[in-house]
Design a protein around this ligand. Structure first.
Ligand code: ZN
Ligand code: ZN
Length: 214
């Protein structure tokens, strides 16, 4: 597996600092568990964040130092970034969320053979779903009202002249109206997080939107 499409430094930094909605955290954690390159960059940002904390600790009074250390003890350790075993095509962070592999997913039909499963999130800043698109089929034509992150878990799709295969991540924002198309052959399964509702361009998907909660 060769990953061509990675996370930007901005996103890795924001993830390391814990600044992103849970939905994006899940997509990033899943990509990082597949991608040595992004994991190395993330560990560098983690270390940088740790150094900033140490500097602040040096300037603290004893009482607040103890409180701060108690907080740090509750944080995940540095080796928490090391990849763990997944289940089939699902890396470990996704297995943790779903509570199993592909057979534990509760799919709902989206029409034309496409299916989705919305994953429950504790916060409402963004939503995250699994999408299953038959080979050769287009994903619904849409624009965005915010950031969208799509990670390929199985198969591949083409979009804007680029190919995205397993492990690749596409980041789109509200300036992009696009139509990703699953490559002929294997069903394309993606994990996609979106900020705010998607805007569909075609009439029928737009009418259907409240039912599918897209
Ligand atoms: Zn990467
Ligand atoms: Zn999109």
């Amino acid at each position: 597996m060769t990953i061509k499409h990675h996370l930007s430094d901005d996103l890795l930094m924001a993830y390391s600092a814990g600044d992103l909605p849970e939905a994006f955290n899940l997509v990033i954690a899943t990509h990082v568990s597949l991608c040595d390159e992004c994991r190395a960059r993330l560990e560098a940002y983690d270390a940088l964040g740790g150094a900033v904390i140490e500097e602040q600790v040096a300037e603290m009074s004893m009482g607040s130092l103890e409180a701060c250390l108690a907080r740090i003890e509750g944080l995940p350790q540095a080796n928490a970034r090391a990849p763990r075993r997944g289940n089939g095509i699902f890396p470990a962070p996704l297995v943790d969320y779903i509570g199993g592999g592909l057979d534990a997913v509760k799919w709902r039909p989206l029409g034309l053979g496409a299916r989705q499963a919305i994953l429950k999130m504790g916060d409402n800043g963004a939503s995250v779903r699994l999408l299953s698109i038959p080979g050769g089929t287009a994903m619904p034509d849409h624009g965005h009202s915010g950031l969208e992150m799509t990670l390929v878990l199985q198969g591949a799709f083409r979009d804007e002249g680029d190919r995205f295969g397993r492990g690749d991540i596409e980041v789109a924002d509200d300036s992009l109206e696009h139509t990703p198309i699953a490559e002929p052959g294997e069903t394309c399964i993606c994990l996609a997080a979106t900020q705010g509702p998607l805007r569909f361009n075609r009439l029928i998907p737009r009418l259907a939107q409240p039912f599918f909660r897209i």
